[in-house]
Design a protein around this ligand. Structure first.
Ligand SMILES: C[S@@+](CC[C@H](N)C(=O)[O-])C[C@H]1O[C@@H](n2cnc3c(N)ncnc32)[C@H](O)[C@@H]1O
Length: 291
């Protein structure tokens, strides 16, 4: 178990609001970042304007997974049995494997924390991209309803389809499941469980995903999590590595959430990742009665 304690708040300086102590090089990087940010802002507005859809995109199910090594096979067979799921019946091989990886991360994190998964309630996933992992969320949380919220839902791929088109295919056939194009900071639906896989807390990350720096408002995002979370609800966050998890934990603390567990998860399905995912579970303070 690992608890964020570091006082290094890299977010602010990282987005250029801190002191200019890093000299000319840092200023040049910041100028370049700002230029990229302008480009990304333009692309985002353009994608919102050009919403024309090519229709639902459906992946061709692979039906059987490709050959894997013994450790990967053992993990997947274990998940298939315990969660009664076969992602390959609905998804391509790469997407199936990624769904098993996300399911494994959640499974290990809650086991490591000695907690049962919060099942059966309304689940909201923040920043779900095209919602390719919606089946992993369903398998783990078995929610009564599930909504994925994505601010750049009309981003267009090379094949002409948008994230919206892909999401429509991924959620097809899943009960009470929606994909909503919205900024979560303005999203008011209450939820029993809120999940966020790799929310942006640094400028490097947000620019790498081609969004403008103006979208980097993690304080507002975590503040919204607190407002939307029902009493006894859970916020489950996954970050890239311990430094990012530490930054995010400070922001959650500041938003008034209370950390219940934090676990770094290294499994055989995640060996491609440069940094180990860190899963943390958060709740409302017992005295909180809503605002
Ligand atoms: C690092 S990506 C992770 C995507 C996805 N969760 C995954 O694990 O593949 C973060 C996502 O959050 C989205 N995002 C960022 N800020 C958001 C906001 N305020 N509201 C909704 N989505 C947001 C981005 O567009 C991006 O798709």
């Amino acid at each position: 178990m690992w608890r964020a304690g570091a006082k290094t708040y890299i977010g602010k300086a990282d987005i250029g609001e801190g002191t200019a102590v890093h000299g000319i090089r840092a200023l040049m990087v910041t100028a370049l970042q700002r230029l990229n940010s302008l480009r990304h802002g333009f692309a985002l507005r353009l994608s919102e304007g050009l919403r024309a859809t090519r229709g639902t995109y459906r992946e061709r199910p692979c039906l059987a997974l490709p050959p894997l090594d013994a450790a990967e096979t053992a993990v997947i067979e274990n998940l298939q049995t315990r969660y009664q799921t076969r992602f390959e019946r609905d998804l391509s091989a790469p997407t199936s494997l990624r769904n098993y990886e996300y399911l494994d991360v959640l499974d290990r994190a809650f086991a490591q924390a000695g907690r049962s998964p919060p099942t059966g309630g309304a689940l909201c996933d923040i920043g779900c991209a095209n919602f390719w992992y919606v089946r992993a969320l369903h398998a783990f949380f078995r929610p009564s309803s599930l909504i994925g919220v994505e601010v750049e839902g009309y981003r267009r791929y090379r094949d002409g389809h948008t994230r919206f088109d892909y999401a429509a295919g991924y959620i097809e056939g899943l009960p009470n499941t929606r994909f909503e194009v919205a900024d979560f900071r303005d999203f008011g639906e209450p939820a029993d469980v809120i999940t966020a896989w790799f929310p942006f807390v640094t400028s490097t990350a947000i620019l790498a995903w081609r969004l403008p720096l103006s979208m980097l408002r993690p304080q507002a995002l975590f503040g919204r999590v607190k407002r939307n979370l029902r009493a006894d609800g859970w916020f489950v966050m996954i970050n890239h590595g311990q430094q990012e998890a530490s930054t995010a934990a400070e922001l959650c603390d500041a938003a008034g959430l209370e950390q219940c567990f934090c676990a770094a998860i290294a499994g055989p399905l995640g060996t491609h990742r440069p940094r180990v995912p860190v899963v943390s579970g958060w709740r409302l303070p017992r005295t909180y009665t809503g605002s």
